[in-house]
Design a protein around this ligand. Structure first.
Ligand code: OGA
Ligand code: NI
Length: 344
């Protein structure tokens, strides 16, 4: 059976290896849209009340680990144009998807279905995915898909703008935490950008399947683009809440690395994606990430005798390896470090 779900349009029922156990399947996946996840007008930071905008961001990052931004500087037309190129990737035939990357490049750029280890999945996810680094552009662009033939140029220009948007948000965050501008936005700490595209085809029974399982994002922040189709859910105080789908907005969420750097002040929230039975949904996640060799540890300026560090120092590369081993669970990753502490 072909593994890419986007090439199985005629499927009438959910195959057994896609059915999640009772405890993790969404069951009632159509939960009402929660309007409390803040929508923040970023133009206000430049032309209006900057302090208020910063406060809104910090409050949202502390309470939800999630917020949406509007008036962020990218036009709806360029967002739509890029999204239509992303969608085209998943409309291509199986051969294109299989042949996209030769073995030697597969370490960095991947077209895959479900997870990076399809063969090891207990249950498969109802999604296909394309993931590749995007920054610095000169280093990666030539490894991106050649088709659609506008991909490299269009996604390249777009990535530069997303990276710039990410920097602006990171700078507002550092200002809000009383740190100097550029604290998190420097060549070492936030010098990577990884693009991760998700495509969730219509599913015959969304109550049984998941597009993405419950997880924390590992990076500093994620900039997520979706269209007008809902599917993203966030775990808040033990309950799933649905994030509204606003085509001209980006969803921003705090990743594990930023939670550690801020000594737990900003929260990385668990989230998942559910499928739906009527329409395919495509999303683009842009992960702003530290370089692998840098150490992630509570920022000195945020710790004192009243706020002792609650996390140890981790080499980011090592953190990531454990993150994938522990199935995207930050608590498990941090616990695994504790367990390995030498006993005296
Ligand atoms: C992710 C993610 C959610 C979505 O890619 O990390 O959480 O709605 N995606 O696609
Ligand atoms: Ni995520």
């Amino acid at each position: 059976m072909e593994k890419f779900v986007s090439n199985r349009s005629s499927i009438k029922s959910v195959p057994e290896d896609y059915v999640f156990p009772q405890e993790t399947r969404p069951g009632n996946f159509k939960i009402p849209i929660n309007k409390t996840i803040p929508i923040i007008d970023l133009s206000e930071a430049q032309n209006g009340d900057r302090t208020k905008t910063i406060q809104q961001i910090i409050k949202a990052a502390e309470e939800f680990g999630f917020f949406q931004v509007i008036n962020h500087g990218l036009s709806l037309d360029e967002m739509k144009e890029t999204m239509s190129i992303f969608k085209e990737v998943f409309e291509k035939p199986n051969e294109y998807k299989h042949d996209l990357y030769p073995e030697e490049i597969l370490k960095t750029c991947k077209m895959f279905s479900s997870t990076l280890k399809y063969e090891c999945d207990k249950v498969h996810l109802w999604r296909d995915s394309l993931r590749h680094p995007a920054y610095p552009l000169e280093e990666w662009q030539h490894l991106w898909p050649e088709y659609p033939n506008t991909y490299r140029e269009c996604v390249g220009n777009y990535s530069v703008k997303i990276k710039e948007l990410g920097s602006r948000i990171m700078n507002l965050i550092s200002e809000g935490l009383g740190l100097e501008c550029g604290y998190f936005d420097n060549d070492n700490l936030s010098d990577s950008l990884v693009i991760s595209l998700n495509h969730y085809p219509p599913c015959p029974d969304p109550s049984l399947t998941l597009g993405v399982i419950k997880h924390f994002d590992a990076y500093l922040i994620t900039v997520l683009q979706q269209e007008d189709i809902c599917g993203l859910q966030v775990l808040k105080d033990g309950e799933w809440i649905a994030v509204d789908a606003i085509p001209h907005a980006f969803v921003i969420n705090i990743g594990c690395a930023l939670q550690i750097l801020t000594n737990g002040k900003l929260k990385s929230a668990e989230h998942r994606a559910v499928t739906n039975s009527d329409q395919a949904r495509t999303t683009a996640a842009f992960f702003i990430a530290p370089s692998g060799d840098c150490f992630i540890e509570p920022t000195k300026d945020l710790i004192d005798e009243h706020n002792p560090p609650i996390y140890k120092s981790y080499k980011y590369k090592e953190f990531l390896t454990r993150y994938f081993q522990k199935q995207y669970d930050m608590d498990m990753v941090l616990k695994s470090y504790e367990e390995e502490e030498p006993k005296d």
